[in-house]
Design a protein around this ligand. Structure first.
Ligand SMILES: Cc1ncc(COP(=O)(O)O)c(C=O)c1O
Length: 451
C-alpha cells in the first residue's frame, strides 16, 4: 500500500499524500547511506533519483544534473563516423591535438570571442573537466609562493574536488554581494596576501547564471596583470547569454572575456552544452600566446621544463590521458568548421534552454517559490541553462529532500560555494516541455502542503 508523508509543522503532524510514494522515497534515502541527502553531490543525487524512479515507476522532474537535453549536430556525428571509417581508432592521437582541430579552435576564438590565439596554443582535452585538472597541475604549481586558487563562487563543485584530490589549497567567496565597483576591493583583499596563483570563475555562471559585465572583466584582467595571477575563465556555457546575439562569426557582439584585458589567461571552452556533445568528453583548452611561451622556474619541481605550454602538453595532459579521443577531435573540428564558415548556428540550437527557463521560473514563482539570484549586477538575470530558487521558511538542504517526495530533483546551492543557504539550483535541460503540466501540478501540491 502507498505510504503517506508526515509533515511536521510547528507543533502538529499533518499526514499528506505526496506525488511520489513517501515510503519508497524515505526508504531509498535511508538506504543511500548519505548523511544528509541535501548535501549530496550531483552524481549521488542522480543515482538516488534513478533508484526511486525504478521502484515507483514514477518519472521525476530531473533538474539535478546539467546534461544537455538536445541532440548533437549532424556535423559532429558525421565527422566522427568518417574519421572512424578512415581508421583513426587504432592510432594514438597527438597529445597537443590534431592540426585540423587546432586550426578550427583558433578560428573559432577569433570568430566568436574576437581574440587571436595561435593554433599551437589551442588544445583538445577530455572535456573541460580534464582541461581544468591539467591547468591546475600547471598554473597552481608554477610559483612556490603562490600555492592557492581563488574561486569566484558560486561555482562548479567538482573543481574543488579536483583541488582536494590534487592536494591544492583554495579560497572562495560568493560574488553576488561584490558585483560592479565592489569587486576590485574584494579581489585585492585576497591578492594582496601574495599566495593566489589562479583565479577561476564560470561565465555565464553555473549555478547562478550571472554574467560578468565588461567593467568587471576589466577589473579582473587588470588585477591579473598587477599581481601576476592566471585567470582560468570557464566558458562551459559559451555564447549562452541569450540577451545578446553571439551567434554570428566575425560579427560583434562577441562572447565577453577577460582575454581583452590580460595576457594571463586560460580559457576552458566546453563542447558539452553549447554543442550538446557531453557524451564524447571533448573540450578546448585555449592558452594565451603570451602565457603559453612564458617560463616559470618553479615548474621544474614537477615537469621536465620550465615552459608553461610545454609543461601543460607534455607534462599534465600526457600524464592524465595522453591526449583526447581521436574521433571526437574530428567531430568537434567538423562542428567548429561549420560554425566558423557560418553554416551551423550552434547558438540557435541551444536557445531552447532560455525559453524553458523563462516558463519554469514562472511555474515556481506562481506557486510560492522565490528566485534566489534574480539580478545580474543591476539588470534582471538572463534566462538560461540554470536558475536558482527557494521556498520561504525552509533551508535549501531540507527543501531538496522535501522536494524529492514531490518528484522534483535539484541540488543545494550551499554545495556550490554559495552563501545563499536557502537556495537550490534547477537545471532546465532535461525537463521537456511536455512535462511542464506535471511540474506545475507538483509545485502546486507542494505549496498547498507547506504554505
Ligand atoms: C562550470 C562548468 N565547468 C566545467 C564543466 C564540465 O564540462 P565538460 O563536460 O566539458 O567536462 C561544467 C559541466 O557542467 C560546468 O558547469
Amino acid at each position: 500500500m502507498r505510504s503517506l508523508k508526515i509533515l511536521k509543522t510547528m507543533n502538529k503532524s499533518i499526514i499528506h499524500k505526496t506525488p511520489i510514494d513517501a515510503g519508497v522515497v524515505k526508504k531509498k534515502i535511508e538506504a543511500s547511506g548519505l548523511e544528509k541527502v541535501g548535501l549530496a553531490s550531483i552524481r549521488e543525487l542522480v543515482r538516488l533519483v534513478n533508484e526511486i524512479e525504478k521502484e515507483t515507476g514514477d518519472k521525476y522532474i530531473r533538474m539535478e544534473m546539467g546534461v544537455p537535453g538536445l541532440p548533437p549536430s549532424h556535423y559532429g556525428v558525421d565527422g566522427e563516423i568518417e574519421a572512424l571509417r578512415k581508421g583513426v581508432a587504432s592510432i594514438y592521437p597527438m597529445i597537443e591535438g590534431e592540426e585540423i582541430l587546432k586550426k578550427e579552435i583558433s578560428r573559432f576564438v577569433k570568430n566568436f570571442i574576437n581574440i587571436d590565439v595561435n593554433p599551437k596554443n589551442c588544445l583538445p582535452t577530455v572535456g573541460s573537466m580534464q582541461g581544468a585538472m591539467a591547468s591546475f597541475l600547471v598554473s597552481c604549481r608554477r610559483d612556490i609562493q603562490k600555492d592557492t586558487t581563488l574561486f569566484i563562487d558560486p561555482g562548479f563543485p567538482v573543481q574543488k574536488q579536483q583541488h582536494k584530490v590534487l592536494g591544492l589549497k583554495y579560497e572562495t567567496f560568493d560574488v553576488y554581494n561584490y558585483r560592479g565597483d565592489k569587486l576590485k576591493a574584494k579581489l585585492e583583499s585576497y591578492l594582496e596576501k601574495g599566495n593566489i596563483s589562479t583565479i577561476l570563475y564560470s561565465n555565464p555562471n553555473n549555478p547562478s547564471w550571472i554574467c560578468f559585465t565588461e567593467k568587471e572583466l576589466q577589473t579582473i584582467g587588470e588585477l591579473a596583470n598587477k599581481y601576476d595571477v592566471i585567470i582560468m575563465e570557464d566558458l562551459a556555457y559559451f555564447a549562452m547569454d541569450f540577451r545578446k546575439d553571439l551567434s554570428k562569426p566575425g560579427v560583434s557582439p562577441y562572447q565577453a572575456t577577460v582575454a581583452n584585458y590580460t595576457g594571463n589567461y586560460i580559457l576552458l571552452i566546453s563542447s558539452s552544452k553549447s554543442f550538446s556533445y557531453a557524451g564524447q568528453r571533448i573540450g578546448m583548452l585555449v592558452i594565451s600566446n603570451e602565457l603559453f611561451d612564458r617560463r616559470f622556474p618553479d615548474l621544474k619541481r614537477y615537469f621536465k621544463t620550465d615552459g608553461f605550454g610545454y609543461s601543460m602538453v607534455y607534462g599534465a595532459v600526457y600524464s592524465l590521458s595522453s591526449g583526447t579521443s581521436h574521433s571526437a577531435q574530428y567531430g568537434l573540428a567538423a562542428m567548429l568548421k561549420a560554425a566558423n564558415d557560418g553554416k551551423f548556428d550552434f547558438v540557435e540550437s541551444v536557445k531552447e534552454y532560455g525559453e524553458r527557463a523563462k516558463i519554469m521560473k514562472k511555474l515556481f514563482t506562481d506557486n510560492g517559490f522565490k528566485i534566489v539570484y534574480d539580478m545580474d549586477d543591476n539588470q534582471p538575470l538572463a534566462d538560461g541553462f540554470y536558475f536558482t530558487f527557494s521556498y520561504p521558511g525552509i533551508n535549501g538542504v531540507d527543501l531538496l529532500e522535501e522536494l524529492l517526495y514531490y518528484g522534483i530533483g535539484s541540488i543545494a546551492l550551499i554545495t556550490t560555494g554559495s552563501e545563499r543557504a536557502e537556495g537550490l539550483r534547477a537545471c532546465v535541460s532535461q525537463v521537456q516541455r511536455e512535462q511542464f503540466p506535471v511540474l506545475e501540478e507538483r509545485l502546486r501540491i507542494f505549496n498547498q502542503h507547506h504554505k
